[in-house]
Design a binder for this molecule. Structure first.
Ligand SMILES: [Zn+2]
Length: 330
């Protein structure tokens, strides 16, 4: 598609509004954004029999830390994971790609303001997802599908390393991220882009699953259900993977970490605080039933307590620790 020159007025206004928002955040001290949200009745998941051979691989690509202006005092460094799912008949499916080469090289200096001012990010050259995959005998070219939980830079990784894949992301991603000047993905993956929940050719949510009301069975075999989320960003999607030894929910930043899940403070990072609280309560309802392993967008701590299982492969667990990454670098 041919793109116009320069920035449309709406984009310029958007940038100015974001800058104004950052300025306001910088002068107003942190106050929790407590939202109780609706009560969610527990509902059984009712998943089909799991596919034999379905397996989840967990990698970590770095560490990041949000500004205390956004999330309150003393925020810790947290993991920046990426996930791969082996789906019989559908090759490898990635869920989030982690940090980019640029951030691995230069940290938050590689991230344009205002995000670069509000989030510290650390990786290591040679340890972005595609390098770690090759190190462990998994080919990036075997990835047929990439699901992006949302389009923040700590989840979109090195998209060009997965040029053979179809990309799936949430509602509005095409108009807001692809059909704009300086689109983050360039032209390469755009032709293979599917937008969850919009349009006939895209993935329309057609069913419900447990507490979630807008869900699509990605391959029609019950292996991966995509779930409309929202709240952290408008385009959030989650994925429920029906592993043989028990289902796993990959939340992206719809659930940022377990402390966020336990608190009523949706913090200053929610694009829609009410929606964020609704999703949080849905995930809490699922967690209370105890049948599902929750894997948030930036928290791999629960995996340390998980019993070893053959359908869950932890790649270099020492890299799951933020201290593995250069977090002391100025
Ligand atoms: Zn994130």
């Amino acid at each position: 598609m041919k793109r116009g020159r320069g920035w449309p007025i709406a984009a310029v206004c958007g940038v100015l509004l974001v800058a104004l928002g950052v300025l306001l955040i910088a002068v107003v001290p942190y106050r929790p954004v407590r939202v109780e949200g609706p009560r969610i009745e527990p509902r059984p998941l009712e998943l089909p029999e799991p596919l034999a051979g379905l397996r989840l691989h967990v990698f970590n690509t770095g560490a990041n830390r949000m500004s205390s202006l956004l999330v309150g005092p003393d925020p810790p460094w947290r993991a920046v994971p990426a996930f791969l799912i082996e789906v019989p008949g559908h090759g490898l499916v990635a869920f989030d790609l982690g940090l980019s080469h640029e951030v691995a090289e230069s940290g938050e200096e590689a991230i344009a303001p205002p995000v670069g001012w509000l989030m510290e990010s650390r990786g290591r050259p040679g340890l972005t997802l595609e390098f770690q995959m090759k190190e462990d005998g998994l080919s990036p070219e075997a990835v047929q599908t990439v699901i992006l939980s949302h389009l923040h830079g700590d989840h979109t990784g090195v998209a060009s390393a997965f040029a053979h894949a179809s990309f799936i992301a949430g509602p509005g991603t095409r108009s807001r991220f692809l059909d704009v000047p300086d689109a983050p993905f360039g032209a390469a993956p755009a032709p293979a882009w599917q937008e969850f929940g919009v349009g006939e050719e895209d993935r329309a949510p057609s069913t419900r699953l447990g507490p979630f009301e807008a869900v699509v069975d990605l391959f029609g075999d019950g292996s991966i259900h995509l779930i409309a989320a929202g709240g952290h960003t408008d385009e959030d999607i989650m994925a429920l993977v029906n592993l043989p030894q028990g289902p796993v929910l990959l939340t992206g930043d719809a659930v940022v970490h377990f402390d966020w899940l336990a608190s009523d403070d949706v913090e200053r990072i929610a694009s829609d605080p009410e929606r964020a609280a609704t999703i949080r309560n849905q995930v809490r309802s699922l967690a209370a039933a105890g049948e599902v392993l929750i894997l948030p967008g930036h928290d791999l701590r629960r995996l340390r307590e998980t019993r070893p299982r053959s359908d869950l492969v932890l790649h270099h667990p020492e890299r799951f620790e933020p201290s593995f990454w250069p977090i002391d670098r100025d």
